[in-house]
Write a protein that binds this ligand. Structure first.
Ligand code: SAH
Ligand code: SF4
Ligand code: F3S
Length: 467
C-alpha cells in the first residue's frame, strides 16, 4: 500500500531574503516527501513566512493568519507554521493571540525547520523557537525555486547597522557570512540545474566576510580566502563571475557608507557581473541621515554615484528612500528631492516611514503627520517617475540584450525579460517566423535575446526582437 500523498503550501511576505528562506522551507518539505499545492485548503502543512519591516506588511499578514484559522477548521490535522521576522519579533504573544498557530519559528531556524516540524509531528506539542543564537550559517540541502533560470543566493545573514528606523537587526541578528566555498557550491549546484542568473543577497553585501576578518575564523572551509582578501565581497564577486555557465550576476543591497571603489572596479572588469547597483539612499538631508544613523552624507552619496558612473557610464543605479522620518522638515524633504534629481536614479522604491516599536526612531519627538507624509511621497514619486521616463527614453531605437522570463500574465503573446541593468522589457513573441514586427523565433525562459526598443515608458521598455 502506498502512503497517501501529503501537500504543503508556503506563503511568503517581505524581501528577497525571505523569499530565499521560503525556497529553503519548500526544499525541506519536499525532502520530507510533501508535494506543493497552490491551495491552502488542500495543504497538510502551511508555512507563512512573515515580514515586519513596516506596519502595513504586518497588518496584511495578520489578516492572512486570521483567514487561515477558517481553512484549518476545515482540515483537521493541518499544521500551521508561522516563520520569519514577525515570528521572531512577537514570539509567544503571536501564538497566544492566534491559537491556530502550531509552530512558531524565528529567523535563525530556517536550516533546522525539518527537524522542528518532525518533532511537532511526533509529539503534537506546539513549539516556539525564537533564540537568535544561531548554529551555522552555511547552507545545506535544497531550495525549491520558483524561477527555472534565476537563482537567489544569500551570502550573509543579519545586519549590524542599526539604522534608527529599522527593525531588521533586531529580528535577523548580527551579520554572519557564508564561506566562499559554501556559496560557490550552491552557485555550481544551481548552474548544474540550468540556472544562469545568480543574485547574491545580503542586507549589506559590502559587509560580506568582514565577520571573518573580525573574528579570524580561519578554520571554516573557505573562510581563509575571504579573510585574506582586502575586500572579501569583491573577492566573492570575482569567484562567482568565473563559475562556468553563469551568465549574469546581480547583488543587493549595497550600503553607501561601505560600498568601495574596489567593488565598483570589480564589476567594471567582470564579464558576467551586471552593471546594476541598488544603493539605498534613505534621505538626501544630512541632518536626517545623521538621525537615521546611516553613516554618510549627501556629498559622499553623490561622490559614490559619480565613481560608479566614472567606471561604468551605463550603470543603472536604483535606491530606497523613506519619507516622513521623525523631525523631517519641508527643507529636509526638498534636500531629498534635489538629491534624487542630481543622482539620476533609474528607479526608486519609496516608503512612508513606519514607526517600529523598539527602534530608537519610534521614541523620537516630531513624528510627521500622515497627511504630510503622503503628500511628500506623492511629490517624490512624481520627481522620480519623471526622471525614470527621461532615462528610459534614451533607449529609444537601441538594441538591448534581454534575459527572457516568460509570457506576461496580461497577454501570453507578449513576453517579458530583463536587461543586464534589470530593466523590464516587453516584446511580442508571435509564432515561429520572422514577421514585420520582429523575429518570433522560439524562445525559452532564461534565454538571452536581443530586443530593439521602440516604445520606452516610465516602468518598462517595449520593443521588438531583432535576433
Ligand atoms: N538592508 C537593506 C534593506 C532593508 S529593508 C538596506 O539597508 O537597504 C528595505 C527598505 O525598507 C529599506 O531600505 C528602507 O528604505 C525601508 N524601511 C526599513 N525600515 C523602515 C521603516 N521603519 N519605515 C519605512 N521604511 C522602512
Ligand atoms: Fe535596516 Fe539599515 Fe540594516 Fe538595512 S542597513 S537592514 S535599513 S538596519
Ligand atoms: Fe526582509 Fe521584512 Fe525581514 S524586509 S529582513 S522579511 S522584516
Amino acid at each position: 500500500m502506498t502512503a497517501e500523498l501529503k501537500y504543503y503550501h508556503v506563503l511568503n511576505y517581505g524581501c528577497q531574503m525571505n523569499e530565499s528562506d521560503s525556497e529553503h522551507y519548500a526544499g525541506q518539505l519536499e525532502e520530507m516527501g510533501y508535494a506543493p499545492t497552490d491551495s491552502p485548503a488542500a495543504a497538510d502543512v502551511i508555512v507563512v513566512n512573515t515580514c515586519c519591516v513596516r506596519e502595513s506588511a504586518e497588518l496584511r499578514i495578520l489578516g492572512k493568519i486570521g483567514e487561515l484559522k477558517r481553512v484549518k477548521a476545515q482540515h483537521p490535522g493541518q499544521v500551521l507554521c508561522v516563520a520569519g521576522c514577525m515570528a521572531q519579533k512577537d514570539g509567544e504573544s503571536l501564538m497566544h493571540k492566534y491559537p491556530q498557530i502550531d509552530l512558531l519559528l524565528g529567523t535563525s531556524y530556517v536550516n533546522s525547520f525539518k527537524k522542528m516540524l518532525q518533532d511537532y509531528l511526533n509529539a503534537h506539542k506546539k513549539g516556539v523557537y525564537t533564540s537568535l543564537e544561531v548554529q551555522s550559517s552555511e547552507f545545506e540541502g535544497t531550495r525549491v525555486r520558483e524561477s527555472g533560470f534565476s537563482a537567489w543566493i544569500p551570502i550573509m545573514y543579519g545586519c549590524n547597522n542599526f539604522c534608527t528606523y529599522c527593525i531588521v537587526p533586531y529580528v535577523r541578528g548580527r551579520e554572519r557570512s557564508r564561506s566562499i566555498a559554501n556559496i560557490l557550491a550552491e552557485v555550481r549546484g544551481a548552474v548544474a540545474k540550468g540556472y544562469t542568473e545568480i543574485t547574491l543577497l545580503g542586507q549589506n553585501v559590502d559587509s560580506y566576510g568582514k565577520d571573518f576578518l573580525r573574528d579570524g575564523t580561519y578554520g571554516r572551509p573557505g573562510a581563509a580566502e575571504a579573510s585574506q582578501a582586502r575586500e572579501p565581497f569583491a573577492a566573492l564577486l570575482r569567484a562567482v563571475d568565473q563559475v562556468p555557465g553563469v551568465e549574469r550576476v546581480h547583488f543587493m543591497t549595497s550600503h553607501p557608507r561601505d560600498m568601495s571603489e574596489e567593488v565598483i572596479r570589480t564589476v567594471a572588469e567582470g564579464t558576467h557581473l551586471c552593471e546594476q547597483f541598488h544603493v539605498a539612499l534613505q534621505s538626501g538631508s544630512n541632518r536626517i541621515l545623521k538621525a537615521m544613523n546611516r553613516g554618510y552624507t549627501r556629498e559622499r552619496f553623490l561622490e559614490l554615484v559619480a565613481t560608479i558612473r566614472r567606471y561604468i557610464p551605463d550603470a543603472a543605479i536604483t535606491t530606497d528612500i523613506i519619507v516622513g522620518f521623525p523631525g523631517e522638515t519641508d527643507e529636509d524633504f526638498e534636500d531629498t528631492c534635489r538629491l534624487v534629481e542630481e543622482a539620476g536614479f533609474d528607479s526608486a522604491y519609496t516608503f512612508l516611514y513606519s514607526r517600529r516599536s523598539g527602534t530608537p526612531a519610534a521614541r523620537m519627538k516630531d513624528q510627521v503627520p500622515d497627511d504630510v507624509k503622503h503628500a511628500r511621497l506623492q511629490r517624490l514619486m512624481d520627481v522620480q517617475n519623471a526622471r525614470s521616463l527621461c532615462i528610459n527614453r534614451a533607449f529609444q531605437d537601441r538594441t538591448v540584450e534581454v534575459m527572457a522570463e516568460g509570457p506576461t500574465e496580461k497577454d501570453p503573446a507578449v513576453w517579458s525579460g530583463r536587461t543586464r541593468t534589470n530593466k523590464l522589457v516587453l516584446w511580442p513573441q508571435n509564432g515561429n517566423a520572422r514577421t514585420p514586427e520582429g523575429s518570433g523565433l522560439p524562445v525559452r525562459p532564461g534565454q538571452l535575446v536581443h530586443v530593439k526598443v521602440t516604445a520606452p515608458q516610465t516602468w518598462l521598455l517595449k520593443g521588438v526582437r531583432v535576433d
